[in-house]
Design a protein around this ligand. Sequence first.
Ligand code: TXA
Ligand code: MG
Length: 322
Amino acid sequence: MTLRLQADAAGIARAAALLRAGELVAFGTETVYGLGADATNDRAVAAIFAAKGRPHFNPLICHYPEAEAAFADVVPNDAARALAAAFWPGPLTLVLPRRVTSSVALLAGAGLDSLAVRIPADDTALDLLRQTARPVAAPSANRSGQVSPTTAEHVLAGLAGRIAAVLDSGPCPVGVESTVLDVTGPRPVLLRPGGLTCEALAAVIGPIVRGISPAQAEASRTLRSPGLLVSHYAPALPVRLNATEVAASEALLAFGAPLEGAGALFQLSASGDLAEAAANLFAGLRALDASGLAAIAVMPIPDIGLGLAINDRLQRAAAPRV
Ligand code: TXA
Ligand code: MG
């Protein structure tokens, strides 16, 4: 039985108590719902991988209510401090050297000597993190390989019966995962495009180096960020990108004025607004996946701003399944 907790004082207190007791609790953030566990508890962290059915122990993001708490587990440098001041709380994850004194379970960081940390911009999540008073490891709250959840219903559709509770704080406003930036070296490297744009990052720390592309990663099998696995955000139906025409046997994921003739339609943003499209992306893929049609056709989305993160997720959804 998975409890569905309201985002009120009683619900948040219950969720924090469950986390402190080593249970799994899904909670909303501004990006997507996370599947949280006490990051200092090895068994709780291991339970995340079991509940998600993750084939590998990928390193997880640790969530904190404020930068100083995060910087107790990792060693910040000037770039990290500037980024934290500019963008936290917000959809930015920083990969930094792990402190030897950190009590975060080695499994949470997949045994790496770096750790990914972030402060989510959601009042309920921040309250939960404050009351839990421990770092909370949280990957997206979906079964491995499936689309990330942006509502409590999505979480329950995949994980009901496998986790203790979901704290329902409503739909996630950003809708794609956080931007992951490796700031361990002299030049920051973008490991995963996400809810914070490269343009915004560049305004604070200058031009950003892109991490290895998913294609290069697949070729070399030297994944720096396992979230770069090529087929990672996959709906069940095949996905066809950059559609300029659509068949009646297909479901259309539209952006702007929709193509005519589709068997089903989900509008990401009628006005062509990339923030609105990001917020609707995973719900749209889920809705069209349930259409019973032969495939999902996706209209072109410009590769600027949040379009970079949207296209990254769509390319994974369209990649050959591995
Ligand atoms: O928006 C988000 O980031 C959501 C919410 C719940 O906060 N979380 C999320 O977690 O997307 P997850 O586990 O699905 O993705 C974590 C990403 C992966 O791409 C992982 O490889 C990368 O962060 N990552 C974590 N630790 C890392 C490390 N030490 N070095 C490099 N990449 C790391
Ligand atoms: Mg995920």
